[in-house]
Design a protein around this ligand. Structure first.
Ligand code: DX5
Ligand code: ZN
Length: 215
C-alpha cells in the first residue's frame, strides 16, 4: 500500500498556521492531522470546531481529525459539517463504536477507530469490516513530542495480519514519536498512514522530512 504522510499541526506554528499548512502541502504530505483534546479524555486541551473551520477555508488538503474526547458521538455532526474528511475516535472514549462509525459514514466521511497503547487490538476486530482506518497509538495520547513506545509494533503486525486474513485493504495509521527511524519500523510492521508532529515541523526541510518517512 502507498504510504500516506499526515503531519500533526499540533506542532506547527499556530500563529502562522496558514503558512505552515501551505508549506505542508508543498512538502508533498497527503493529509493534515488535526488533534482535538478535551481535557477529560486526555490531560490536555488543544483546539476544536472554530479552528477546524478556519483550516478548512484555508486548504484543500485532506483533513484527518483525531478526536481525543469523551463520548465522541455527541460531536460527530459538528466535525463532519466543519470540514473533516476523516474522523477517528477512541475505542476507549465511551460512545457505542458501531453507532459512531455509522454516524460518521452517514455524513459521507471516512471513519477511523483509535486504540491507546495498552488497549489490545483484538478489542476492535469485530468493527474492522465496517471501518476505513484503525489508528494504533504509538504514545499515550495527549501530548506531542513524546518517545515512541516500541511495544506497540507487535499490535501493528497483528492487525495487518488480521486485516489481510479478511481480505480487507485497511488503512493502519500510527501516531506518536514518529521520525525517519520509527517510521521505517512501523511501515515494515504494516502501517501505511504515518502521523508526525514534532519531527516534521521541527525539520528545516519539510519535503526531506516527508520523504524520509516514506522510505
Ligand atoms: C498525541 C497526538 C499526536 C501528536 C504527535 O496525542 O495525537 O498527533 O501531535 O506528536 P509527535 O509526532 O510529536 O509525537
Ligand atoms: Zn493525533
Amino acid at each position: 500500500m502507498k504510504t500516506i504522510i499526515s503531519p500533526s499541526i499540533l506542532s506547527a506554528d499556530l500563529c502562522n498556521l496558514g503558512n505552515d499548512i501551505r508549506r505542508t502541502k508543498e512538502a508533498g504530505a497527503e493529509y493534515l492531522h488535526f488533534d482535538v483534546m478535551d481535557g477529560v479524555f486526555v490531560n490536555n486541551i488543544s483546539y476544536g470546531i472554530p479552528v477546524l473551520q478556519a483550516v478548512r477555508r484555508n486548504t484543500d488538503m485532506i483533513i484527518d481529525v483525531h478526536l481525543m474526547i469523551t463520548d465522541p458521538i455527541r460531536y460527530i455532526k459538528e466535525f463532519a459539517e466543519s470540514g473533516a474528511d476523516i474522523i477517528t475516535f477512541h475505542s476507549e472514549a465511551g460512545s457505542d463504536i458501531a453507532e459512531t462509525v455509522k454516524l460518521i459514514h452517514s455524513y459521507g466521511k471516512k471513519a477511523g477507530i483509535a486504540v491507546k497503547p495498552n488497549t489490545p487490538v483484538s478489542d476492535i476486530y469485530k468493527y474492522i469490516a465496517d471501518v476505513d482506518m484503525i489508528l494504533i497509538m504509538t504514545v499515550e495520547p495527549g501530548f506531542g513530542g513524546q518517545g515512541f513506545i516500541y511495544e506497540t509494533v507487535d499490535k501493528i503486525r497483528e492487525l495487518r495480519k488480521y486485516a489481510d486474513s479478511l481480505g480487507k485493504e485497511l488503512d493502519i495509521q500510527v501516531d506518536g514519536g514518529i521520525n525517519a527511524e520509527t517510521a521505517a519500523i512501523v511501515r515494515e510492521a504494516g502501517a501505511n498512514v504515518i502521523v508526525a508532529g514534532s519531527y516534521f515541523y521541527k525539520s528545516a526541510d519539510l519535503s526531506a522530512a516527508a520523504s524520509s518517512m516514506r522510505g
